[in-house]
Design a protein around this ligand. Structure first.
Ligand SMILES: Cc1cc2nc3c(=O)[nH]c(=O)nc-3n(C[C@H](O)[C@H](O)[C@H](O)COP(=O)(O)OP(=O)(O)OC[C@H]3O[C@@H](n4cnc5c(N)ncnc54)[C@H](O)[C@@H]3O)c2cc1C
Length: 381
């Protein structure tokens, strides 16, 4: 059989693209692991936050809000978002950093100054002498990532897509306008390849003979610890700390903490470094009154970026019928609905509303030449 689309990668990008494309086409999704969602998608902080990332990322996240608030009928049995809120605290001398946050926040998800006393009420384990000023963003929500990802997979299947796990694509060849994706045991054929391989996207691009997009996977570490006795994790906000990338957030009755590291890495099944965990535990004890008696669980995942930190969504300019859906960085869950819709639009009905607004900002061409500068200027404007 020749599928209309071969989607490579079963994370949130591949699953959401398969869901959108399968509405009007035959789709086969190939995933290297035994389960979909095993890599970055299964390792995120699961936050929806409109005021995060570069301007084009924030624009895409805002466009995705409609899908999260009102997904298609029957898409998912549970709510995809649960209000969480995000507190950012600044220590003495760091107060100015909060002005920048307030300034860049949108009217749809404002970031507002609150008194240090209110910050301490919202997060009682903060040290009073480390909270000189604070802001609060009510619009931040928890994403039910497992439900979102599973609903894309199930929805794609209902639309007739096939999902094949344990199939790592090791070669891509094209003959007479048909792609052949070979894995260790089988060969699959399709008209268009969608490269949704996460941290491996440049590897898959190389298999197809495409020029690299310069993707850099960056390791981020996370740990789970117990919350201090008496902490109500259901009302606790996520907490950012001005002057550092570290954060703490509630996670299923416990606390997730991350140093916010972004260490360049090869693409592989990453794990956390002991030193990163030790430094984080020490930082938590200095910044808060939490005693890190035991690390319940730890993990690391890869957030993959190209040079301008915006995603890459579009056909390769040189390799026919080879489509990139990559470079989602630390925002791939919250951008997924719109990036998948844009993928379907560009593949099946170019010229639609998302194409007009986003295609030039996310194109592969912007990374390869003079258009890179132009795109940057348009975005800033
Ligand atoms: C610690 C951490 C916190 C984060 N927090 C957030 C957050 O709060 N909000 C948010 O929106 N985002 C967050 N992210 C980012 C988000 O997780 C990613 O942007 C997103 O999951 C990327 O999805 P993906 O499908 O592109 O990649 P992946 O989930 O990695 O999927 C790619 C898949 O492709 C498969 N693959 C690769 N090569 C092949 C091949 N040759 N053949 C077949 N299959 C192949 C892999 O096995 C993998 O399953 C976070 C990430 C991390 C690590």
């Amino acid at each position: 059989m020749i599928y209309d689309f071969l989607v490579i990668g079963g994370g949130i990008a591949g699953a959401s693209a398969a869901y959108e494309l399968a509405k009007e086409a035959s789709v086969l999704l190939l995933e290297a692991e035994s389960t979909t969602g095993y890599h970055a998608t299964g390792r995120s902080a699961a936050l929806f936050t409109a005021n995060y990332g570069c301007p084009v990322v924030r624009r895409i996240t805002r466009l995705s809000a409609d899908f999260f608030d009102a997904p298609p009928v029957g898409f998912c049995p549970t709510d995809l978002l649960t209000p969480r809120g995000c507190l950012t605290v600044a220590g003495p001398g760091e107060e100015a950093a909060l002005d920048a946050l307030i300034e860049m926040s949108g009217t749809d998800s404002p970031i507002c100054r609150i008194a240090p006393e209110e910050a301490l009420e919202r997060a009682p384990f903060l040290r009073a002498d480390r909270v000189a000023a604070a802001v609060y963003e009510a619009g931040v929500s928890d994403i039910d990532v497992a439900a979102l990802h599973q609903s894309f997979v199930t929805g794609a299947k209902k639309r007739g897509a096939h999902i094949a796990t344990n199939h790592s694509v090791t070669s891509l060849t094209r003959e007479a306008g048909v792609w052949c994706a070979a894995t260790a045991t089988e060969r699959f054929h399709g008209s268009v390849v969608i490269n949704a391989a996460g941290a491996w996207a440049d590897h898959v691009g190389a298999l197809a003979g495409a020029r690299a997009i310069g993707l850099v996977p960056k390791r981020r570490t996370a740990i789970i610890i117990n919350a201090p006795a008496g902490t109500d994790c259901s009302t606790l906000p996520a907490i950012d700390f001005a002057g550092t990338d570290a954060y703490i957030k509630p996670d299923a009755g416990r606390l997730m903490a991350s140093p916010g590291d972004a260490t360049p890495s090869a693409a592989f099944d990453v794990w956390p470094e002991d030193m990163d965990i030790a430094v984080l535990a020490d930082w938590i004890e200095r910044q808060t009154t939490i005693k890190v008696a035991k690390i319940e669980h730890s993990w690391a995942g890869l957030r993959s970026f190209v040079a301008d930190d915006a995603p890459v969504v579009g056909f390769d300019p040189d390799v026919p019928d080879f489509f990139w859906l990559a470079g989602q960085g630390g925002y791939g869950i919250m951008m997924a609905p719109v990036l998948a819709q844009l993928t379907a639009e560009l593949c099946q009905a170019p010229g639609g509303p998302l194409t007009k607004v986003l295609a030039h900002l996310l194109s592969v061409e912007r990374l390869h030449g003079a258009s890179a500068v132009q795109t940057r200027e348009e975005e800033d404007g």
